[in-house]
Design a protein around this ligand. Sequence first.
Ligand code: SAM
Length: 371
Amino acid sequence: MTRDQHGLPLNVHMVDLFAGPGGLDVAAQWLGVAVDGIEWDADACATRDRAGLKTRRGDVRDIHAKEFPDARVLAGGPPCQTYTVAGTGDGRRALSEVVTAAESMAAGEDPAEVFTNLDERTRLVLEPLRWALEAHEAGNTYEAVVLEQVPAVLPVWRTVRDVLRRIGYSCECGILRTEQFGVPQTRRRAILIARRDAEASLPRPTHRHFRRGVPYDAGDQSPLPPWKTMGETLDRATPFTVISNYGTGGNPKLRGRRTSDEPAFTVTGKVRRNKVQMPGGIIERFDFAEAGMLQTFPRDYPWSGRDVAQQIGNAIPPRLAVHVLASALGRRVDPESLDDAVTRSWADAQGKLPLVHSTALTAESPDPDPK
Ligand SMILES: C[S@@+](CC[C@H](N)C(=O)[O-])C[C@H]1O[C@@H](n2cnc3c(N)ncnc32)[C@H](O)[C@@H]1O
């Protein structure tokens, strides 16, 4: 990887498997990282095309690392259907099968053989590992690997972490909460970061953890700023309350509620089922631009194709992804430029990227939240 005089990587090129509408790729572009996304869904590809994101339309399983020889970073957010049922018998079975398969790949078994015994959908989660091993065996080891998924996949990431360590990476994985990175939404993601030439670490929170009932300005002992709210993110003139489409405490009749002084519930493909209660009892819905903004996409992100709500719900929030990618590249993010990037028009930003400034991450960098 070419570096500038401060040791920061220059002209970084990333290949993003299962690239979706581009949550990770928006973050990459903000940071000045060039991306090739691989995605097969026509609707997600329609959004990507209009957003100007480079895409190879195809099935990740049919494509090989050697087809992207310039990529120095591998990223992937595989689909998660089998794991979202992790609490069920099916989910547990899928998880234990996939962990065993990852161990076989680590032991040098041919991925094609290993995959033969796996359910097609379950297998997808190990595709990034196949790519990383292929590149390594070809002598073109990625400098960094970044993976993201729902929290239920953490046991798989732990196995992938062990495999990557065995081939020389420093690697860490864990669960990150989006509101602790300035996303106006509570959502948890299982993140893996691997680095070849330096110590890997997960990014440190930049904002406070949201706790129900703790007021916005209660200011616990943390030096971090409070979480970002729906109210400060969206352009609604008056306060509002969101009534979730999901029940709470296992009771489907008891709908969760969040005020506009709080972060949003996790934005899913069903986001339009949330009721937005305005003054006077008027019930509205979030439109796609608003749902995208709660995920920290720019307000004018050109959502296209069908099932836009699902595309939005599938994505990693770009604001979280910036911190994850920056850690993988050994960079520390300048918070003001990140605030600016998130509120900037996507159309206007083109040609002015990178928007997010970063400096080298050093071992001496102070922990903003030492607790
Ligand atoms: C969880 S989403 C990824 C979201 C993405 N990381 C983002 O931030 O926007 C998973 C994506 O994988 C795509 N996908 C599923 N199977 C695929 C395959 N075999 N080849 C290519 N894309 C696939 C889906 O269409 C979906 O868009």
